[in-house]
Design a protein around this ligand. Sequence first.
Ligand code: GDP
Length: 266
Amino acid sequence: MRESSEILERLVAGDRAALARAITWAESGDARFRDVLSGVNEHVGRGWRVGVTGPPGAGKSTLTNELINAHRDAGRTVGVVAVDPSSPFTGGALLGDRIRMDGRTSDEGVFIRSMATRGGHGGIARATVDAVDAMDAFGLDELLIETVGVGQAEYDVVGAADTVLVVLCPGAGDGVQALKSGILEVADVLCVNKADLTGADRLVSDLEEAVELRAHEPHEGWVTPVVSCSAGKSEGVDGVLAALASHREWLEDGRLEEHRKTRRLA
Ligand code: GDP
């Protein structure tokens, strides 16, 4: 208890090492995390949570890096949790390294953490939410949760975010496969990355059509926008940010509390 209250104090005071420790506890399901969290509850819920998911190679890490840079340029602090639910050992760490490789290592306004997920642990969604709660309590403004793949486990991980950004790219199975995997159900914003490649326009229109068809079914009243960008060329990222911002505005117009209640993990 003494240790957890010390971590709690340091966390709220902005000590990065304390944040790292709290996340390690969250990750391993250490009971001390609950003591920390119960002490910071009133600080949780201020940051904005965006889940970034999509098939491997779509450009999630590249785009995440662009989003980090844009937020930092606008003076906002950023926390990133990178998680690979399907690969119990190294995947998550590799993902985090890939984002980190692009710089910002010495930037105090960015905190990047990859979750080392345990095989069969089953609690990865919980651990991820806990890690994000810790970053939130620490005071980071923008909280990005990035997963490596697309599937039920990944949806569970990003599902507790305020906004779910699904990143796709032309080629490799294309939109049809993505649609089959139930991506539309989880996406608040659909992003076609690699707009510089052939087939991007087609994918955008396929997705728009699918969203249009689905717009007739009730889905909290939000019509998922389809945006495109070339994250690798730093092009079109403003459009992605604008779509994310409009979903945030829509939620903050009286819908946020209910939305968070619906998406909260049991
Ligand atoms: P992730 O697995 O979804 O995180 O994808 P990555 O961000 O690692 O990107 C996968 C590959 O796509 C890398 O080789 C990137 O350099 C490349 N890539 C990312 N964005 C773009 C883009 O806008 N255009 C093109 N042509 N390639 C891109």
